[in-house]
Ligand binder design. Sequence first.
Ligand code: ATP
Length: 133
Amino acid sequence: MKTFPLRIGTPDGLLFEGEVERVFCRTIMGDLEILAGHCNFCTALGMGRAFVVLPDGGKREAACIGGMLSVMGGACSLLATTWEWKEDIDEKRAGEAKKRAEKLLAQGGLTDQEFKLAEAKLKRALVRLGVKN
Ligand code: ATP
């Protein structure tokens, strides 16, 4: 299968650079999969499971939380707010973050901003746990 160059970065630095067969991620408009030969394109990323398929068919999964993806001249660049490879996700930490967020949301009495922050924390935890399981 044809490959194309992909770079994945976060504000902390470059996390991946190489040829891939496919990259899959969640955008603000839904799930997206980029293959070789994709037209020039740019979109904002949502929160969700992501993966890349390497030229040898190996698949690397990750949690992707926000950012931008662009394709220019056949090369794909994914700049994520947070990108965690499956093997780097701390499941216990995500489980505790989920419990804390659920507790906050259940107890009520939150301001709009506190509610949104707790909801976003819960979503991030659920994405991480979803990638792990
Ligand atoms: P927590 O309450 O556990 O900090 P959070 O969703 O508020 O969770 P973030 O603000 O999204 O955390 O992330 C802060 C930093 O910690 C980022 O660098 C992120 O990659 C890392 N991080 C957060 N949760 C995990 C996890 N469960 N496993 C690995 N890295 C994590």
